[in-house]
Design a protein around this ligand. Sequence first.
Ligand code: BMA
Length: 398
Amino acid sequence: MYCNMMVNIILMKMRTTVTIIALLLVTLCVSGATKVLPSDPKATPEAKQLFSRLVELQKKGTMYGHQDDLMCGFTWWYQPGRSDTKEAVEDYPAVAGFELGEIERGGERSLDSVSFAQITEQVKLFHQMKGIITVSWHATNPITSHYPGKKEPNGAGSAWDVKTLSADSLNAVKSILPGGENHEQFDRWLTILANYFKTWKDDKGNLIPFIFRPYHEHSGSFFWWGDTRCTDEEYAELWCYTVHFLREKGLHNILFAYNTDKVYSLEQYLRGYPGDDYIDMISIDWYGSGSEFNEAIDKALQFTDQYAKEKHKLHALSECGPISLDLLQLLKKYDLSFLLTWRNRPLRNLPELEKTPDFKEKVEQILTNMRSYNTTKEVMKEMFDDPHYLFLKDIQGL
Ligand code: BMA
């Protein structure tokens, strides 16, 4: 009798223990399945935090991003603290874009004449202010930049110098991959890039986490890494090589954004996609306005949004403009981390203009035309007043 009782008690205890273990296992599995992490298995705590912060922010709304916002404006060059966005709506963008084209050449300034040392200053400050940092890289053409006297910003030898290139003849991507004639040079480029990224540290000495979007707009053929300039396999290999290289240099603080220009199907979007282990953000760039544009981008965002959700990736419209009120409404249908408009390039003849008495009116006149590429102050204000669109102050506490 006593033995039976003991056996029953032991059995009951065992059942309870088994149930507890089972419950624990289920909980672990469920939390493991829903815990969304960056693609890098060795991601730093800061990169993991940025990734989960972006996941949360994406549920709340879409952040406004602006290229070079902290580096220059239509009428000024680097004045720390200054921002055209802030002057239009009294807040900074939530996302600040920086461009590193030509860093690979070892100089002090980018193809846009922006100082890399000053970019570092702003990256550190903006990170401290809890803003999001995104980086693009219009790298020089690894073949034609060798030709003597051939280097001009945006022209010969630049990222856009593609006239002579094609996948099956002069192929710049193939030339920098392992076995290619420019491979060693490419390793040097990536080393310079990695060393620069390593200088982006916070007050505690931790590497600042950021989004990196190299080899962008791949569906177009206007950059040396573009669609018809290399094969899909070579493009994917370029990506994998770059990601491995940076990770091996100890940079586990980077979230990588895959990016195309306009696309009309998911299949087209994924041509050259390196794989989910390399990518954290699914993004497209698409400039335009009007009903045809709205319709086309709407279709594209449907499949990019769905793909991002299926793969637990972030999703962004990483370049667009001009922003119309229609577009602002349309974008609300999608979970988009951010939209970004391109830089307010300082007027070329600024020093001369500044000397003329009707400087302000002249500038206003020029800007009216230029803003069609970016966004008018009025639309900026609409976006700012719309709770769906997030600026810096909206995300600082999150
Ligand atoms: C382009 C233009 C260029 C610039 C490049 C990289 O779209 O704004 O003038 O050099 O971006 O920032």
